[in-house]
Ligand binder design. Structure first.
Ligand SMILES: Cc1ncc(COP(=O)(O)O)c(C=O)c1O
Length: 442
C-alpha cells in the first residue's frame, strides 16, 4: 500500500509539542486524508476523532476548498495588505464578519491562533490608549487557559509547562482567574455544570486589588479545550461579561477551537448567548487548509482605534506579511460557503446528543474518573498511574491509533473533537475503540 519511499532521516524536523525522542523511536506518519479518515504510512485508514487539531471541521480534502486554493494559487500567489489590498481579503472579512455576534464585524487577519491572541491583546491596549486611558495595561487570563505560544498568549495562559521555562520573560501585569474544574461537584456532568458560576466573582477581587483603571482586558476560552475540555458552568460567562461591562474592561473570547461550528453554532458566543468585545479565531476558519487566523473586533473598539488620529496616519502599528494571504483567504471563503451550503453547524448540533451518550457510555470503563462534553467536544479524564502522570492516556492514544482511530490526550485526559461530518457509526467506532484500549492498558 505504501507507494512512497520510507523516510530515512527523522532527525532534522524538531517537532512541536512532541516528545521528539519517543516519537522518532516509534513514528506515526499520516500520508493522506479524505473526509473522516487519514491514511497512515503503513496503508491503514485512521478515523479522525480530533479533526486534525480541532480544525478540519468540514472533513479532509474537500473538493470545493481544494479547487478554490488551486485557483487562488495560480491567480494571485501573494499580494501585500500593507498599504495595498486584494479582493479576496475583503470578501473573506465580510464573510467572517457575517458569522460573528452583532457588532463584532471588523476583522483583522493573522496566520494562527497564537497570533490572533497577541493581536487581540494589543488591540485591547490600543483601544484604551486611544480613549486616553493608556494606563490600562493589566491583562487577566485564567488558570489552565490555553492561548497559544506567543509571549502574550503564554502570559495570560494558565498551563504551567507552557510557562515555566519562560517564566522570567512573561508580560509583567498579568492576573489569572481560577479555573472551573472541580470533580467534587461536577464529575460526569452532561453539558454545562450547574455548579461554579461563582468562580467568575473572583474577577471582582482582582479588580478591587488593582483598581479598574489599570485593567485592559480579560481573556478566556468560552470552553477550554487544550487543557482537557472544561465546560463553563451555567451563568459563568454572563457573569464575566457583566463584571467587565461594569468596569470598562474588554472581554476577549478565545474561540480558536470553538469557532465555526464546534458547539453547533458559528461561535461559542452565539451558543452561550454572551457577546465579548473581541473574538480570536483560526483553525476551522478555512478548514485548516492554509495557515489563517483572525480577530473580530466590535465596531466600537475598531472605530475608537481607527478614528483616534489623523486620517493619513497608520492607526495600529501591527500586522503580518501574510495577514489575509490570498490563498488562505480563498480557502476561508470556500470553507465558509461549504459550512453554509451543507448546514454543517446545524449538523454538529444534531449529532451532539448521540455524541454525548456515546461518550458517557464509557463511564464504567476502566480508569475513567470523569466524562464531560458539549457540542462535538468531549473529554474523558483517567486516573493517573502512580508516579507516571500521562503515561496511561498516552498508551490509550497509541492503542487507538494502532486500531485505526485518532484521539488526543493531554496529561491523563483524552479529548475528542471530530469533523462535523461524523456519522453515527463513526461515533460508535470512536468511543468503542477507546473502550477497548482502556480495557487493554494497565
Ligand atoms: C484556544 C486556543 N487559542 C490559541 C491557540 C493557538 O493556536 P495556534 O496553534 O494556531 O497558534 C489554540 C490552539 O489550539 C487554542 O486552542
Amino acid at each position: 500500500m505504501n507507494a512512497r519511499p520510507v523516510i530515512e532521516d527523522l532527525s532534522s524536523f524538531w517537532m512541536p509539542f512532541t516528545a521528539n525522542r519517543q516519537f522518532k523511536a516509534a513514528p506515526r506518519l499520516l500520508e493522506s486524508a479524505k473526509g473522516m479518515y487519514y491514511r497512515s504510512s503503513d496503508g491503514r485508514e485512521v478515523l479522525d476523532g480530533t479533526a486534525g487539531l480541532w480544525c478540519v471541521n468540514a472533513g479532509h480534502c474537500r473538493d470545493e476548498i481544494v479547487d478554490a486554493v488551486q485557483k487562488a494559487l495560480s491567480t494571485l500567489d501573494f499580494a501585500p495588505t500593507f498599504q495595498m489590498g486584494h479582493p479576496l481579503a475583503f470578501e473573506a472579512a465580510t464573510k467572517v464578519a457575517g458569522l460573528m455576534p452583532e457588532g463584532l464585524d471588523r476583522i483583522f487577519f493573522t496566520n494562527s491562533g497564537s497570533e490572533s491572541v497577541d493581536t487581540a491583546l494589543k488591540i485591547a491596549l490600543a483601544y484604551h490608549r486611544a480613549r486616553g486611558e493608556g494606563q490600562r495595561t493589566r491583562l487577566i487570563g485564567r488558570e489552565r487557559g490555553y492561548h497559544g505560544v506567543g509571549f502574550g498568549g503564554i502570559s495570560v495562559g494558565g498551563i504551567a509547562p507552557n510557562r515555566k521555562t519562560f517564566s522570567g520573560a512573561l508580560l509583567p501585569s498579568i492576573d489569572h482567574l481560577p479555573h472551573t474544574h472541580d470533580l467534587a461537584h461536577n464529575a460526569f456532568t452532561k453539558g454545562q455544570p450547574a455548579w461554579g458560576d461563582h468562580l467568575a466573582d473572583d474577577l471582582e477581587r482582582i479588580v478591587a486589588l488593582h483598581d479598574p483603571s489599570t485593567i485592559a482586558a480579560v481573556i478566556v476560552e468560552p470552553l477550554a479545550g487544550s487543557t482537557g475540555v472544561l465546560v463553563p458552568p451555567q451563568g459563568y460567562l454572563q457573569k464575566l461579561r457583566d463584571i467587565c461591562t461594569k468596569y470598562g474592561i474588554l472581554l476577549i473570547f478565545d474561540e480558536v477551537i470553538t469557532g465555526f461550528g464546534r458547539l453547533g453554532k458559528a461561535t461559542a458566543s452565539e451558543y452561550f448567548g454572551v457577546s465579548p468585545d473581541l473574538i480570536t479565531m483560526a483553525k476551522a476558519i478555512n478548514n485548516a487548509t492554509i495557515p489563517l487566523g483572525a480577530v473580530a473586533a466590535h465596531r466600537n473598539v475598531h472605530d475608537t482605534v481607527v478614528n483616534a488620529g489623523a486620517a493619513n496616519a497608520i492607526e495600529l502599528f501591527h500586522g503580518y506579511t501574510y495577514s489575509a494571504h490570498p490563498v488562505a483567504t480563498a480557502a476561508a471563503i470556500a470553507t465558509l460557503d461549504l459550512y453554509r451550503r451543507d448546514k454543517l453547524f446545524e449538523r454538529a448540533a444534531s449529532k451532539a446528543e448521540k455524541f454525548e451518550s456515546a461518550a458517557h457510555a464509557l463511564r464504567d470503563a476502566p480508569y475513567v474518573k470523569d466524562i464531560r462534553n458539549l457540542g462535538l467536544v468531549a473529554g474523558i479524564e483517567l486516573d493517573s498511574r502512580d508516579g507516571a502522570p500521562g503515561a496511561r492516556a498516552y498508551e490509550v492514544f497509541v492503542k487507538c491509533f494502532e486500531a485505526g482511530v485518532l484521539v488526543r490526550y493531554t496529561g491523563d485526559i483524552l479529548a475528542f473533537s471530530p469533523p462535523l461530518i461524523i456519522e453515527d457509526d463513526q461515533i460508535d467506532q470512536l468511543f468503542g475503540t477507546v473502550r477497548k484500549a482502556l480495557e487493554s492498558v494497565k
